[in-house]
Design a protein around this ligand. Structure first.
Ligand SMILES: C[S@@+](CC[C@H](N)C(=O)[O-])C[C@H]1O[C@@H](n2cnc3c(N)ncnc32)[C@H](O)[C@@H]1O
Length: 351
């Protein structure tokens, strides 16, 4: 059998392309950490010397970093001497209050020991919880999800749910299951201060951040407990599970607990990753490789972190699978909303 040189070239380039991504990712991390993108934002075309004067950073290091960024097509340069961060690039790399801001995801670098844990998980079958992802991991989650949450949750998503905004304004009981560091609760409590809010999460790291965030705030309480432990009070007006059911080892148990906690006329807002039951349709997602890799490293790892874990993972709750599970848990009404969010679908589920 002869070797197909074109195919060999393709696999070589694809493989090195991922290495290039890793190295450019490290450069983005430095750009975020050192405030270089912010210094470039609005500065027009600049040289390393000018950037050095503006930032106090070493000129030679900046010149090489700028060339790396030009080569990566994140900065515009015609000659490798003068570089510009275009407005649209600034909306992704420099402006933290923009829904398209992505550079925050590069803010923390994955603890190399996580790879040891993952390798072990392939042998034992038992994965890593969110807390096993290492120091700072809870802020990595927030960096990834916050720009879209800030842009959509209060202005668009909640007002689209039947009667929910009115109830929140009048004073509702809200439970956020898998609340992480508490960003959604913060945004909602600012918008609807009459309501009371409870967050549940199993991550000690995330709960510690949330508790610090809400210290002295009377209408927000954070519980270090899982979705499966939400008490069966039957009086919750709004339950939310934002980007977390697929991370839970036993989402079925959490759904059962939510059914017993929710009021008969309550609403359950589910935010889940946009995916389809068919592999071919998922291939339309240009970030599919990143999503499956994130699943192995984080989401499925968490969903497999107990002996009885169902292991759904990042793409495991497509609309068909979700509707089946919530029906099994005793819910009868299920509506899907597709907002301007490239990554997620939103569901309005009722008893
Ligand atoms: C991707 S994060 C989403 C956090 C937050 N909802 C947000 O949108 O920013 C998933 C969260 O699910 C939490 N989680 C995993 N298993 C859980 C369980 N059994 N019960 C409650 N939360 C759980 C993790 O600790 C993590 O904070």
């Amino acid at each position: 059998m002869g070797i197909d040189k074109d195919l060999l070239g393709k696999y070589t380039l694809t493989t090195w392309g991922y290495k290039q991504g890793e190295m450019v990712g490290l450069m983005i991390h430095l750009g975020v950490r050192l405030g270089i993108y912010e210094a470039l934002d609005g500065a027009g075309p600049v040289t390393a010397e000018e950037l050095s004067l503006a930032t106090g950073l070493h000129e030679r290091w900046l010149r090489e970093w700028l060339r790396a960024q030009g080569a990566a097509e994140l900065l515009v340069t015609a000659d490798g001497e003068t570089f510009e961060l275009e407005t649209e690039a600034a909306m992704v790399l420099a402006r933290r209050d923009t829904p398209t801001y992505a550079a925050g995801v590069f803010g923390s670098i994955r603890d190399p020991r996580v790879a040891d844990g993952l390798a072990e998980a392939f042998r034992t079958g038992i994965g890593l919880s969110y807390d096993d992802q290492g120091e700072g991991s809870e802020m990595h989650v927030e960096a990834m999800l916050a720009p879209m949450a800030r842009a959509l949750l209060v202005p668009t998503v909640l007002p689209a749910l039947d009667g929910v905004a009115d109830r929140l304004a009048a004073g509702a009981k809200v439970v956020d299951v898998g609340c992480g560091a508490g960003l959604a609760l913060q945004l909602m409590a600012e918008a609807w201060p009459e309501s009371t809010y409870e967050g549940y999460d199993v991550s000690e790291r995330a709960v510690a951040v949330a508790r610090e965030r809400f210290e002295g705030v009377d209408n927000i309480t954070i519980h270090l407990a899982g979705g499966e432990d939400v008490p069966p009070t039957g009086d919750v007006d709004l339950v939310m599970t934002l980007d977390c059911l697929h991370d839970m080892p036993r989402p079925d148990l959490a759904m059962g607990a939510i059914r017993s906690a929710i009021a008969d006329d309550g609403t359950w807002l589910v935010k889940e990753i946009k995916s389809a039951p068919e592999w071919g349709r998922n291939l339309r997602n240009p970030m599919l490789a990143m999503m499956y890799s994130t699943s192995v490293a984080t989401c499925m790892a968490s969903a497999m972190s107990t002996e009885d874990g169902l292991g759904l993972g990042t793409l495991g709750l497509n609309p068909v699978a979700l509707e089946e599970m919530v029906t099994e848990a005793g819910f009868t009404r299920f509506a899907m909303h597709d907002f301007e969010d490239p990554t997620n679908l939103y569901y309005e589920v009722r008893p």
